[in-house]
Design a binder for this molecule. Structure first.
Ligand code: NAP
Length: 244
């Protein structure tokens, strides 16, 4: 599985685990980060230490020009991006009436327009090469709707729509587009929730545990593998059964 993969938001959490797993499986990894340069550098060093190939690329994926420059630089370094993982994201809990136009715009920009930006910059070369794989990270809240997370839910529902529509459009170019929709995964993102809420979510989960970044990474790797070559346009839940 010798490929080059761009993982957005790979400095921490789920993205970090995806980058690490791809590197362990022989891929060259472009580690995108926005602020966490220390963590991104530590990940690159960890990958290099076991003989893997990785470079770090700073960009706010919500900014089209920054994404374009990043993709150009990755192509200069690695030649071609075989696999794009649109993982970067933010979350926040707010009553709908407290979501200001600025907060709304930031959420949609970071969690949805970012995927447009990355796909738009990466796809022309994939189409020319007649191969490629895109994996978007949504959320179960994009499928069910989450109270006090309307803007987050809307962005993630948009990711699901983007996945299905784009899969139909680029299939003939031998490009697959899929989506992983995680449930509750223990990362920094969950630090906003108190212990009682976490325990309640665990109670509601048939597999009776919280998810790990590895759970999500394993599914992303599976979707990127050539063995998944007949899978496109799918939304794969990694949620312990909390939403079926
Ligand atoms: P996390 O631990 O908070 O990490 C978020 C990552 O995204 C960081 O590496 C961060 O990089 C990066 N990022 C944020 N804004 C960015 C931007 N504008 N440009 C580039 N990178 C940016 O979150 P996580 O839990 O790993 O979440 C990863 C993805 O899974 C997100 O899309 C999230 O919505 C989704 N998800 C998570 C859960 C969960 O329970 N954790 C459930 C469902 C879906 P910097 O630190 O460098 O800014």
């Amino acid at each position: 599985m010798a490929k080059t993969v761009l993982v957005t938001g790979a400095s921490r959490g789920i993205g970090r685990e995806i980058a690490l797993l791809f590197a362990e499986n022989g891929c060259s990894v472009a580690i995108n980060y926005r602020k966490s340069i220390k963590q991104a550098t530590a990940l690159k060093e960890k990958i290099n230490a076991f003989g893997g190939t990785a470079e770090i690329f700073q960009a706010d994926v919500g900014n089209y020009d920054e994404v374009k420059t990043m993709v150009d630089n990755i192509c200069k370094t690695f030649g071609f991006i075989d696999t794009l993982v649109n993982n970067a994201g933010i979350s926040e809990q707010l009553l709908f009436t407290d979501i200001s136009p600025d907060r709304w715009a930031k959420m949609i920009n970071t969690n949805l327009t970012s995927a447009y930006n990355c796909c738009h910059c990466v796809l022309p070369k994939m189409i020319r090469n007649h191969k490629g794989c895109i994996i978007n990270i949504a959320s179960m809240w994009g499928e069910t709707g989450g109270s006090c997370e309307v803007h987050y839910s809307v962005a993630k529902a948009g990711i699901i729509g983007l996945t299905k529509a784009l899969a139909k459009e680029v299939g003939l170019s031998n490009i697959r587009v899929n989506c992983v929709s995680p449930g509750v995964i223990m990362t920094d993102m969950m630090s906003a929730f108190d212990e009682q809420t976490i325990a309640q979510l665990k109670d509601e989960t048939p597999l009776y545990r919280m998810g790990t970044p590895q759970d999500v990474a394993n599914t992303v790797l599976f979707l990127a593998d050539d063995k998944s070559s007949f899978i496109t346009g799918q939304i794969i839940g990694v949620n312990g059964g909390i939403y079926i």
